[in-house]
Ligand binder design. Structure first.
Ligand SMILES: *[C@@H]1O[C@H](CO)[C@@H](O)[C@H](O)[C@H]1NC(C)=O
Ligand SMILES: *[C@@H]1O[C@H](CO)[C@@H](O)[C@H](O)[C@H]1NC(C)=O
Ligand SMILES: *[C@@H]1O[C@H](CO)[C@@H](O)[C@H](O)[C@H]1NC(C)=O
Ligand SMILES: *[C@@H]1O[C@H](CO)[C@@H](O)[C@H](O)[C@H]1NC(C)=O
Ligand SMILES: *[C@@H]1O[C@H](CO)[C@@H](O)[C@H](O)[C@H]1NC(C)=O
Ligand SMILES: *[C@@H]1O[C@H](CO)[C@@H](O)[C@H](O)[C@H]1NC(C)=O
Ligand SMILES: *[C@@H]1O[C@H](CO)[C@@H](O)[C@H](O)[C@H]1NC(C)=O
Ligand SMILES: *[C@@H]1O[C@H](CO)[C@@H](O)[C@H](O)[C@H]1NC(C)=O
Length: 821
């Protein structure tokens, strides 16, 4: 919103600034007393606003969402750079002329929004009946709660916005249902990024009376459930029980099943942390924390985990593809039903046909409709099986025989879809098989493309002749220069090779051998067309937002970084929206495979102690080089065993450095990729202080425990949701000096040098200190591991100490900020 601030709101902001400045100068609480209060003689208007809560955390006033011509009364965070509304009064009845609109106390004591000076009818009202005769005021509290209260005693609350939630649930708010009224509060997502009107996605406490939360589409179809409350967590959210290890800033959670109602609430123990829970436009529920250094909200928990599992996210007749932006696309022969909403992120209306089906009463009635095949898809929901059709042809005929049939698929049995089918997913980018769906289109859709095709073939033939001539000329030139180089165009950029997309396709054999899927995109094996067919790893970056020029600049910076413990970048490709990086290939793969080997993978060896020690030292040297020795200091931001590769001689090479910068300031993406391995994340990622090289030091420390133990600190269970924390064990062992129990049981005790183990564990504990200034630099780590410097046992980090002594935080006050004193 800050990005689209109107001149008006600029003026507005500067007025506010001046007012605050004046108050500060005079030191007199002259207007400050009223700055959070709306009263009969002080209504809120565009020129007299916004109101700011006592300690300045929240503001209430008129605002305009991004790309919206409409105005709303809303509450937003007052102190952060990205305007983030947490509540909107007139969600579905915006005002268009804010200059003449006011939020005021009406004659009957309610808080009302009126559109112009003379109008008596309210656009929005608190709607409280029987207020009594006393005067009332509206107060915006530091919890983000707007209350209507008795003017003579603001503890007497008549109405509060926390009982009328929007899409956001703030700490201290209650999400549940009233036993007496039977009503339930629900969070309902915005319709689109620029329209706060209630959309289709919501979360609600089960209206049937169980203790589970349901995430719903159109209030009818449930697509995620939390499971029942067990007393400490929900059965579907077991990671909540490990929330005492992480994140420390966001507990306790509490489920209250009392006489007045059942509800769930959470509080924040550290008031400086801004956290919110939201149902977003795309139908996921998310817990997000503000990270000041990044200027972004970072999600650290969301459900359903995969965006594509949101029910009917793309609407009818469209397809979800992970690798495109936007991820919803209309099928061939269809177009967006509501193009403007589509652009604003609301895809739920889906797509409609360009041409009506002819066979069933279209213009050329009687002409048979056709089908086109879409391979590699996850089939849509709610197909109907047809037993009578025994093969694909019969299945197609069955579909043609019913005018409401729109698609079929034959996978051994026949499946038909009627009307606008939903939840179709394109799996081709993931390389996973899936099925093939045949989609019904009017016959004319095929004949027009037929004639186009002929034309295209003609053009293609001409082009081919030209291309052939060109190739012959080029090839002769190349042959003259070098007999070894195939028809591969190379442009030198520093020491890097710039490849064309076709080059990359040919050197990876059309991306046929996938090595893995990293945080920023999939990695494929390839080989250079040189004498030795040097093996390479090609990383296909996903959704890079940077322009060509900036991308090249960043890439050439990464290209200049050369160190024996860092993966070398050999080249890149930047063509249209495609961005690929070509790296040297590491035959021994990534460290995680070796550490967490379960006995089933090929070519994986259990690393001996000496190898592990050398790997730990190598990584430290590589990171030290990134942090201190390059021209621009590079913070890796994603240190974990998956990003450590091993060469033939098991020398450790840090991979993926510089990518955070390359991918732009999209920290939420970084966090998303790290979410599964949240155990490596330094606490400052969540508290909002600046991220420094010490964040890498922390992750390195966490990884050292894994190198010693051969076990994951944070383990994902099969449903990929649960996290087991190993840290408490490690910390206890450190505290009690029992190192042997820590060491990987697959290592023979003769192999292991316990003095080295102790040294590594001390370093690890030093690296994961809560206070980043208490952590060592990577240079110091190198010195300790090289045996040049001794290190004393560091204090056990506070967050771990809590676990060891099994202390619980008993003196937490719920709703402490709710009532204005
Ligand atoms: C409403 O009042 C404001 C100030 O009192 C004035 O500037 C504005 O023109 C009025 N609007 C209408 C529609 O009367
Ligand atoms: C207030 O009550 C009126 C009439 O009952 C209703 O139309 C309106 O939607 C209510 N407004 C709010 C904000 O609940
Ligand atoms: C204000 O109301 C609260 C709650 O009803 C009551 O406990 C308190 O004594 C009242 N304060 C004053 C000053 O009347
Ligand atoms: C709630 O109860 C209704 C009627 O008994 C039932 O149709 C519905 O499936 C139930 N919902 C859930 C989530 O159990
Ligand atoms: C949502 O449900 C209502 C009634 O339950 C229905 O009329 C409406 O068409 C549904 N919306 C969509 C987009 O299907
Ligand atoms: C939650 O508990 C209710 C009964 O209290 C039970 O019917 C329901 O199946 C449970 N839900 C889940 C997801 O276990
Ligand atoms: C087409 O299929 C639908 C869904 O199975 C069915 O309700 C309808 O009666 C069928 N129409 C014809 C003409 O067979
Ligand atoms: C065929 O597709 C249907 C509908 O998606 C699915 O339920 C079924 O499991 C599939 N059968 C096979 C053999 O893949």
């Amino acid at each position: 919103m800050a990005s689209s601030m109107t001149p008006l709101s600029h003026a507005f902001a500067s007025v506010l600034f001046v007012v605050i400045g004046l108050v500060a100068l005079r030191g007199a609480p002259l207007r400050a007393a009223a700055a959070d209060t709306l009263s009969v003689d002080q209504p809120l208007s565009l020129s007299h606003g916004p109101l700011v809560s006592k300690r300045g955390k929240f503001a209430l006033g008129f605002f305009q969402p991004d790309n919206s011509g409409h105005w709303y009364i809303g509450i937003w965070y007052n102190k952060i750079s990205k305007q983030t509304p947490v509540w909107v009064a007139n969600r579905d009845s915006p005002v268009s002329s804010p200059e003449s609109s006011r939020l005021a106390i009406s004659s009957d004591g309610n808080m009302v929004l009126v559109a112009d000076n003379n109008s008596r009818s309210a656009i929005w009202s608190t709607n409280v009946t029987n207020i009594g005769s006393g005067q009332t005021v509206g107060v915006i509290l530091d919890t983000g709660n707007l209350v209507l209260a008795d003017a003579s005693n603001t503890s007497v609350m008549l109405w509060q916005s926390f009982d009328h939630l929007g899409d956001t649930w703030l700490p201290g708010g209650k999400l549940g249902r009233g036993k007496l009224t039977g009503g339930s509060t629900r969070l309902v997502a915005w319709k689109s990024y620029s329209d706060p009107a209630p959309g289709l996605f919501s979360i609600v406490l089960d209206p049937n009376g169980t203790s589970q939360y349901l995430v719903m589409w159109n209030s009818t179809r449930q697509y995620w459930t939390s499971g029942n409350w067990t007393g400490s967590s929900f059965t579907g959210v077991p990671e909540m029980t490990s929330a005492d290890a992480y994140p420390t800033s966001m507990y306790p959670f509490d489920y209250v099943d009392g006489a007045d109602g059942s509800y769930f609430t959470y509080t924040i123990t550290d008031d400086s942390v801004l956290t919110r829970f939201q149902v977003d436009v795309m139908g996921q529920i998310k817990v997000m924390t503000w990270v000041e250094s990044a200027g972004e909200w970072m999600p650290f928990w969301s459900q359903p985990k995969a965006q594509c599992d949101v029910y009917s996210l793309c609407g009818p007749f469209s397809v979800w593809a992970d690798n495109s932006l936007p991820s919803c696309r209309c099928l061939r022969g269809f177009r967006e039903r509501r193009p403007q909403a589509w652009l604003e992120g609301d895809h739920t209306a889906g797509c409609s046909r360009d041409t009506a089906l002819q066979q069933c009463g279209g213009a050329q009635k009687g002409k048979k409709d056709g089908f086109y095949a879409m391979p590699d898809v996850k089939l849509p929901s709610d197909g109907e099986g047809v037993l009578a059709a025994g093969n694909a042809d019969e299945c197609g005929l069955a579909c043609l025989g019913n005018c409401s049939c729109t698609a079929y698929s034959y996978n051994g049995s026949c499946w038909l879809w009627y009307g606008g089918f939903i939840n179709l997913q394109d799996m081709s980018s993931i390389g996973a098989g899936g099925g093939t769906i045949l989609i019904r289109l009017a016959a004319s859709e095929f004949s027009t493309t037929g004639s186009k095709k002929k034309l295209i073939i003609g053009v293609a033939a001409a082009a081919a002749v030209v291309a052939a001539v060109t190739v012959i000329v080029l090839v002769s030139v190349f042959v003259l220069r070098s007999t070894r180089v195939k028809a591969l165009r190379r442009v030198e950029a520093g020491s890097l090779t710039a490849f064309t997309y076709r080059d990359v396709q040919s050197l990876t054999k059309r991306f046929s051998e996938k090595l893995g899927g990293g945080g920023f995109g999939s990695v494929f094996k390839g080989s250079l067309p040189d004498a030795t067919a040097t093996p390479v790893a090609v990383k296909k970056l996903e959704s890079v937002r940077q322009g060509e020029k900036q991308f090249r600049a960043e890439v050439s910076t990464i290209g200049t970084i050369q160190h024996v413990n860092l993966i070398r970048l050999l080249g890149f490709c930047s063509e249209g929206t495609r961005r690929l990086l070509v790296y040297e290939h590491m035959p021994n793969g990534s460290l995680d495979k070796h550490l967490f080997w379960s006995g089933s993978s090929h070519g994986v060896v259990v690393l001996g102690w000496e190898a592990r020690y050398q790997i730990a030292l190598g990584i430290a040297r590589g990171l030290d080089y990134l942090h201190e020795k390059c021209r621009d200091c590079i913070i890796h931001c994603d240190i974990k065993p998956e990003n450590i590769l091993l060469d033939k001689a098991l020398v450790a090479k840090v991979a993926d450095f510089g990518l955070t910068k390359l991918m732009g300031r999209d920290f939420s993406r970084v966090l998303t990729t790290m979410r599964g391995t949240v155990g490596y994340l330094a606490p400052e990622w969540l508290t909002g202080t600046a991220i420094t090289t010490k964040a890498d030091v922390y992750s390195y420390g966490m990884m050292l425990f894994e190198i010693v133990s051969g076990r994951r600190n944070a383990r994902r269970r099969q449903d990929s949701s649960a996290v087991d924390f190993f840290r408490p064990l490690a910390a206890r062992m450190l505290a009690e000096g029992e190192l042997e129990g820590l060491v990987d049981i697959r290592l023979g005790s003769d192999d292991v040098d316990l003095a080295e183990v102790e040294r590594v564990c001390k370093v690890a504990c030093w690296c994961i200190q809560d206070d980043e200034s208490a952590r060592p630099s990577m240079a110091s780590v190198v010195q300790v591991l090289e045996g040049l410097v001794e290190v004393s046992l560091q204090p056990v980090p506070r967050s771990l100490e809590v676990l060891i002594t099994n202390q619980t935080n008993n003196n937490v006050e719920f709703f402490s900020g709710l009532s204005p004193e």
